[in-house]
Design a protein around this ligand. Structure first.
Ligand code: IVH
Length: 676
């Protein structure tokens, strides 16, 4: 018999474990248990709470989605107002900001500054009493906001209870503030789902986070995963003394909050400038959107003295980045871009516009559903956004600015490359396809050649050359790559001897690639890197796979019926078989080498740079990995060897500075061939 106290004990234990694993998973991205183990703990807790409803507390992990639908949010008055930030746009303006602060204090102190990313989301306040989350609120007008506690509880990185810090008392009262945002990847997925359901799309992650956090039904919030970074200590009673922003940020982490990465403490404005530039450079690669960096004077006592002007603190300012959005005109939709699968990718042809320092002339439109959802007409003014390093998106039509002269678009009935009829497939996007086979459609084949070369590590080719060589008649399919001659290449305009040599070396080297790469490069529908690895290690040779039956292929773990059928169909196709024979005739390897060599380089980290001659990048990486080495992309103090080929650049300089062993390609070969 379990007693009431035993149950209560177990419930407490489960809650602790679940929140701990939550934290490992969501905040640290370093889970310690499998999803199944986590689910098991959760299920046990839910069962116990169902059997003992009197033991349910609001800070139980089961209560992250407990509350019902509200008709209206209760109002919350912020005891400490939630203010905004002044802006600066240049180093000079930053200096002026500091001069104003100095003038106000009547002294020229040597401040320290934190430089933080300015997250483009919505600011919220979280209030904890004796370590338990009791209230979460929006900023509202800064004085009064909405109580959105149930919605904020659905965010897995909002701790329901503060972590206990050893040797420190938990504050009786703690109010922190931070920014709720939607990760870019989540946002893109959400918009795709909305497009498929025929619903209106969100213009950007910020809008979708705002929409999500203000849902009246918390389960709706939960379906749109949000995240949070904490950056401000608003109130604290009890607990350790915190004297600076830097200490506060570290304290937040200790309490289990998520804090933005790479925050740096600077001693001079020059250092601040360097950090701001770093954020600007990193901006497009982040999974969260930032619109600037926030510079804060570190010391709280100084902050106190500086106070506020109007609604902006004197002790902090936002160093704003140029916007990554602009409004411009859609002049046309271009239907020329065709993928190897036959899918036709519509491109928006835009009136050229500068976005964040780059002239943008075109944007992707993904598929027909997307165009229809946006309601695009030719001649529309559209909002264009650069997200990441990818081609920009059209996110919105400025409908209120229509003149009536805009024209509906029409998609082509025939493929603009080969003239075959097009067809619209309802494949989760309403994509337009060329119905011709890839060998007879130049558009498809050019993309196939590009894909083959990229997969086989023939980096020197690239899309532009692949298309050009095809148009010049040097290539009819990807097997023709192996017949290219130096003469043919150098006869082309703007192709010099070096370029030709480099390319031919890479092409020759690619013949030795293992089967698993060749299988990906062949572009068999349904066969990606993972499947190719499994097929190669099972069948060992292309010939074995080519004669295999659906049942045999399907038997391999991880390969389903659809993929197995697709593989068999691919090899039944005469044209595919003919190209494979061409590959064989020029000596392309069709076997999978034994991978289990001696792990002579186990524990060593390599970085490759410059042009290699004997190996392609892919091969060098594969061979190193087969020997147990790790291959990194950037040089750091953890790098053991830098393999420097011809024209090695900044990585070489950095490695030299760090005193990392630099090896030539010949030395690499020696290392790879060493027996022990
Ligand atoms: S500190 C007194 N730090 O920017 C105001 N704000 O324009 C203190 N924001 O409403 C704000 N990232 O929503 C601060 N690291 C950061 C921030 C940040 C984003 C937002 C916040 C605020 C707005 C001010």
């Amino acid at each position: 018999m379990t007693t009431g106290t035993e149950v209560q004990h177990r419930i407490e234990e489960l809650r602790h474990q679940i929140e701990y694993h939550n934290y490992r998973y969501y905040v640290l991205s370093d889970p310690q248990v499998t999803d199944a183990e986590y689910d098991e703990l959760f299920l046990e807790l839910r069962r116990l709470e169902e059997a003992h409803p009197e033991l349910v507390t609001p800070d139980s992990p089961t209560q992250r989605v407990g509350a019902g639908v509200v008709t209206d949010f209760a109002k919350v008055v912020h005891e400490v107002p939630m203010l905004s930030l002044s802006n600066v746009f240049s180093a000079t303006e930053l200096e002026e900001w500091l001069n104003r602060a100095n003038k106000f204090l009547g002294s020229h102190a040597d401040y320290e500054y934190t430089v933080e990313p300015k997250i483009d989301g919505l600011s919220v306040s979280l209030l904890y009493e004796n370590g338990t989350l009791v209230r979460g609120a929006t900023r509202g007008d800064g004085i009064q906001g909405d109580d959105i506690t149930p919605n904020l509880k659905t965010i897995k990185t909002v701790p329901l209870r503060l972590h206990k810090v050893e040797g420190e008392e938990t504050p009786r009262l703690l109010e922190v503030r931070g920014e709720v945002y939607m990760a870019r990847t989540t946002f893109e997925k959400l918009n795709q789902e909305l497009a498929q359901k025929g619903e209106k799309l969100f213009a950007n992650p910020r809008n979708s986070a705002a929409g999500s956090v203000r849902q009246k039904d918390p389960t709706a919030t939960q379906k749109r995963p949000l995240n949070i970074f904490i950056y401000t200590l608003a109130q604290k009673q009890g607990g350790p003394e915190i004297k600076t922003q830097w200490e506060a940020l570290h304290y937040f982490e200790k309490l289990g909050f998520r804090v933005a990465p790479d925050i740096v403490l600077c001693k001079t404005l020059e250092e601040v400038e360097v950090q701001v530039k770093k954020w600007l450079e990193k901006r497009s690669g982040l999974d969260f959107e930032i619109d600037g960096a926030v510079v804060k004077i570190n010391d709280f006592a100084t902050e106190e003295k500086l106070g506020y002007v109007g609604r902006d603190p004197r002790w902090a300012t936002a160093y704003k980045f140029p916007p990554l959005e602009a409004v411009t005109r859609l002049n046309d939709i271009d239907w020329h871009s065709i993928r190897r699968t036959g899918s036709i990718n519509p491109l928006a042809v835009l009136e050229p516009v500068d976005i964040g320092g780059i002239t943008i002339k075109s944007a992707t439109l993904f598929n027909l559903d997307m165009i229809e959802k946006l309601g695009l007409k030719i001649g529309d003014l559209v909002l264009v956004k650069r997200a990441g390093d990818v081609i920009p998106n059209v996110v919105k039509v400025m409908e209120e600015r229509r003149t009536g002269a805009e024209k509906p678009f029409q998609y082509p009935q025939t493929c603009l490359s080969c003239g075959a009829p097009t067809t619209r497939k309802e494949d989760g996007g309403g994509r337009l396809y060329c119905t011709n086979n890839s060998y007879n459609c130049p558009g498809q084949m050019k993309d196939w050649i590009t894909f083959f070369a990229a997969t086989m590590g023939i980096e020197g080719l690239g899309e532009r050359n692949a298309h050009r060589f095809y148009d010049e008649g040097l290539l009819k399919d990807y097997a023709d790559l192996y017949k290219l001659t130096k003469n043919e290449l150098t006869n082309l305009e703007r192709v010099g001897k070096r370029l030709a040599d480099n390319l031919l070396n890479q092409i020759a080297a690619s013949k030795q690639n293992p089967l698993r790469l060749l299988l990906v490069a062949l572009g068999i529908p349904q066969v990606g890197v993972k499947a190719a690895e499994m097929l190669a290690s099972q069948f060992r040779s292309l010939d074995n796979l080519m004669v295999a039956e659906v049942e045999t292929i399907e038997d391999i773990k991880g390969i389903g019926k659809v993929a197995a059928e697709s593989i068999v169909r691919f090899f039944q196709n005469e044209a595919n078989r003919a190209v494979i024979e061409k590959l064989r005739a020029v000596g392309v390897n069709m076997l999978e080498p034994e991978r289990e060599g001696k792990k002579t380089l186990a524990g060593k980290t390599f970085v490759l740079t410059g042009n290699l001659v004997k190996y392609t990048r892919n091969q060098a990486e594969e061979l190193l990995k087969a020997r147990g080495a790790t291959v990194g992309s950037a040089v750091s103090k953890n790098t053991d060897f830098l393999v420097a080929g011809d024209k090695a650049g900044s990585k070489l300089t950095k490695a030299q500075q760090l005193g990392i062993t630099i090896v030539s390609e010949d030395e690499l070969q020696t290392l790879l061939e060493a027996e022990a």
